[in-house]
Design a protein. Structure first.
Lengths: 345, 345
């Protein structure tokens, strides 16, 4: 272990002793996201959610392609400068990814963790860079409201009703170039550690209340992180979940209180930040792989870069269901992976 | 880089300088696979393909659970001895994995690479162990004939016809415990290197001829591997693809010949080995994440352990399609990841 630049920490964490930088990033979102509270911060806002394509799935693929293109452009890099891509999305067999980033010709490691995929891709990407396996990697994830409704619930044409506990899948993609070098001092933040989550299943079956389904997984990963790092909520300027929404936030804060951790003063949820729930009729908040990814790129990294925050815990949350598992009466288990993101000194 | 125990090699490869052992493994298959040429080598052969479950998806989940249980048992390990699980399957949102291995409580990194998933999970697992991020990991993948037909084509009840170029999805799961230590000298083989594949799309759209769709990706990864490693086909006792079948095998050998590599003397395909195509009516061969995984566990590792082979290149191959992408007229791109597996001296 002493030879290695990184080390296993506690039960489920890794401390990256070698510097891993989020060297550049990009966010591409749909019209509705552009009209939300973070609207002015996104790099690209589409005029309509088809983005010039014929199908919702192609539109989602184009989001990933645009996000990767832009992240590379900002970094002054070409696809051939990137060793590996870590990428995924919510669609069956990750087709948004397959048809989105194939043309770059970057060796691809496909990942799936539902809406926690952004966290998983950054975790594996950071480990690859710190381990000396890759000079630079790109991590990209996406979701699209219309392709997700079709995949998990009903085609939009059905006009189905949504309960207040439901979240609204974010149309967007966030891409991140990770590098071991901070050339030109352009990097936005650094990744100093990772806590990998396990599947947590409280037996909830309500796919229209995914916040509640995912909150136990977020609580589990956070508790494990605090134990592995011997840290406390107050050690972070923010603890940021991916897409719990207002229902899941309450559950998470309550669950962690029972375990002796009070995160209420520092908790933030990307799903709550990205929409104005009242004005935009999004109910419990935003969700999807894209939700945490675009919020990280546009908002969280900006705070770290400007020095408003020094250290945050970023924790995308995923609900592990499919239309088939739902129709067969299965529960909706959750998973969440945490990253320690730090301001560059 | 000099501090690291491993190194990036060429464009898409990693040489693992620190030892990574396949410490134990297990294979669980269905009735048809048990009746095939490798039948006597599998650890568990089910009496029927529901494995006592109510649905095909639950049955596939039970395959993963049984395979992991058995691999742990053979290693004399408990779930809490495992740092991370790398797991995936072919179903939408990887539900065979979510409901298969949740109960172990092992921190999970979900992977998706269609039928190349076994290779991807072993590649990332090996990098995690070599990097000092994990003491031990478990890598598990599965496929199931009936759940795959339902997911990608038609429910079995339709009794649809299959062209001769079609492959038969293997019902099976293979699990592998990777470790940095070879305690008791029980390990079956070691992983010394990895070549990560990129998506290759020749524009083929015939989902009933996946061998031809995947062969260009296999050729691309093999060519890249030979370049990165400065090696030749003759340097390996076998070069083993996942599930190209007889059609894909011909395409692969032809494509590589055009690039100046003749693998015909050492090529083997798990999909060709696992069934007796004539007697078992499986047409071009076996396929699915489970195909390469169970063949690796039951047959390939046995050859390495017994010293019949010293070094092989193991290259699971994946076809990146979904029912939606197929119905929307998209092509079927392929991907393949290669692992260098060596006999333990």
């Amino acid at each position: 272990m002493s030879q290695s630049a990184s080390q296993k920490l506690g039960k489920a964490s890794v401390r990256l002793e070698k510097e891993v930088y989020i060297y550049s990033s990009a966010s591409v979102v749909g019209k509705k996201e552009g009209e939300g509270p973070l609207g002015l911060l996104f790099d690209v806002v589409g005029e309509d959610d088809l983005f010039g394509c014929d199908t919702w799935e192609e539109a989602e693929s184009s989001l990933q392609k645009n996000a990767v293109n832009l992240a590379l452009e900002k970094a002054g890099l070409k696809p051939e400068d990137i060793t590996f891509a870590f990428a995924g999305d919510l669609l069956g067999q990750s087709i948004a990814t397959s048809f989105g980033i194939a043309s770059f010709g970057i060796p691809l490691l496909g990942v799936y963790g539902a809406c926690s995929t952004c966290g998983e891709s950054l975790a594996l990407g950071a480990m690859s860079v710190a381990g000396g396996y890759a000079d630079r990697v790109v991590c990209v994830t996406s979701s699209h409201f219309a392709s997700a409704e079709k995949e998990f619930r009903f085609p939009l044409e059905y006009g189905n009703q949504r309960p207040l506990s439901a979240t609204w899948t974010v149309t967007g993609s966030g891409a991140f170039v990770l590098s071991g070098e901070n050339t030109d001092k352009k990097a936005r933040a650094r990744i100093s550690g990772v806590t990998v989550g396990k599947i947590v299943d409280y037996g909830l079956k309500d796919s229209m209340n995914m916040g509640a389904c995912m909150a136990p997984a977020a609580a589990s990963t956070l508790e494990q992180h605090f134990i592995d790092y011997e840290s406390q909520p107050k050690d972070y300027d923010k603890i940021i979940t991916g897409d719990l929404g207002v229902v899941g936030q309450t559950v998470l804060i309550d669950l962690l209180r029972e375990k002796g951790y009070d995160i209420s003063a520092v908790h933030m949820d990307c799903g709550i930040e990205i929409f104005d729930a009242g004005a935009q009729d999004t109910h419990a908040g935003g969700s999807g792989c894209g939700c945490s990814a675009v919020t990280l790129s546009a908002y969280i990294l900006k705070q770290l870069q400007e020095g408003n925050w020094k250290k945050v815990l970023f924790l995308p949350t995923g609900a592990l269901l499919s239309k088939t598992s739902f129709n067969e009466g299965q529960s909706v288990p959750g998973i969440a992976h945490a990253l320690v993101l730090e301001k560059i000194d």
